[in-house]
Design a protein around this ligand. Sequence first.
Ligand code: CTP
Length: 413
Amino acid sequence: MEFRIKQSVLKEELGFIQGVVERKTTIPVLSNILIESLGENEIRIVGTDLDCTIRCDAEAEIVTPGAICVQARKLFDIVRVLDSGDVHFKKEDNEWVAMKAGHANFRLAGVSREQFPELPQFKSTPMTLPAEVFSFFVRNTAFAITNEQSRFTLSGAKFIVGDGKATMVTTDGHRLAYVERAVETNGTIDTLIPKKALLELVKISRGQGEVSFGEDPNHIYFETEGRLLITRKLTGNFPNYEMVMPKSNEHTAIFDLDEMRSAVVDRFAEADVVVMAAAVADFRPKAPNESKMKKEAGVPDLMLEPTPDILAELGERRRPGQFLVGFAAETDDVQDAGREKLRSKRLDALVANAVGRDGTGFGSETNEATILVADGRDVPMHTWSKAALAAAVCDLIGRFLTGERPPGTLGRP
Ligand code: CTP
């Protein structure tokens, strides 16, 4: 085997594979990667820990076809510090591999191709979803996956696609993360994906383009931009998460403006994030009658006065580092009216809801909304379920709390 490849291309693909290559393994061959020629202009690089396999195809100039099998970590450590330019590989006797880049020469001890494990036969990947959906799902659910080895079925995510939506659910037995998105579906799947595969999938797809996927009885296949990830499925029964998710809320809290205002204002100083999804009425009677109003006096003329705007008050009192989210239900000029509220109340983000039409707003399961972010970005969320919209707002807040501030860092560009 002899080939030439651009250092930048090799570095990138080797980087993707490092995640699955075992460092401390009882099966030494798994610390190696397999590089094979594919026709005249491509190589195929494979790394595996037997549960999860990543295969990347990359452009290269094949001089002599064949295969080499070398230490993954060592090769990556060398390649990442080489100057940009071509890297030349040539297999020598006894599996040794000579590598040359500019004036630098290396010799790597390899193992024979036959020792490298057979990979599961790749089946078709008939379904597709935007890579961004996977990034969004994993970012919002991975934290609740258990780290306890003994809780095998909880060490990954339940992933369901069908009926126009995709869902991901994780739990460690104490907490549960659930996220769903309305998507165009071209098939159905209901499976358990191990955590490691999910994290690697997000890395190799980089949140861009499409991910196609499919399954066989034991494996799930994900394919994106010349890269293939094969993972063994988790087996066992995932808990009945629907049972613990509240279906409805029969509790009602009743309070007046002053109670709401003082409850919010009292706790504001210690809050990092405030989301004001609702508020009291905008007007109240100016002078409530002390005594009972008698019918005989006729229909009264009510004198109203505006109620204090709690959120606007928070906007004035805010300290650096706090994150303020408002909501606005609008029937006309949704975006413009929302942006004006965002500006005048000094908010970081505002969810502008279109109301008054079918399929959005009050009494509807879905919502037509736009998240307006203070840097001028609009993030449209047309006809998302309300749960998905709430998840998107939480995602935005999460990014703020972890120091990865918005502008432009939302799940949906
Ligand atoms: N809000 C508030 N206190 C009020 C009125 C509104 O804190 N007295 C908050 C709401 O919680 C929401 C945002 O301000 O997050 C926008 O509320 P909305 O009723 O849409 O807008 P208003 O500012 O009341 O303006 P208008 O009714 O004229 O559209």
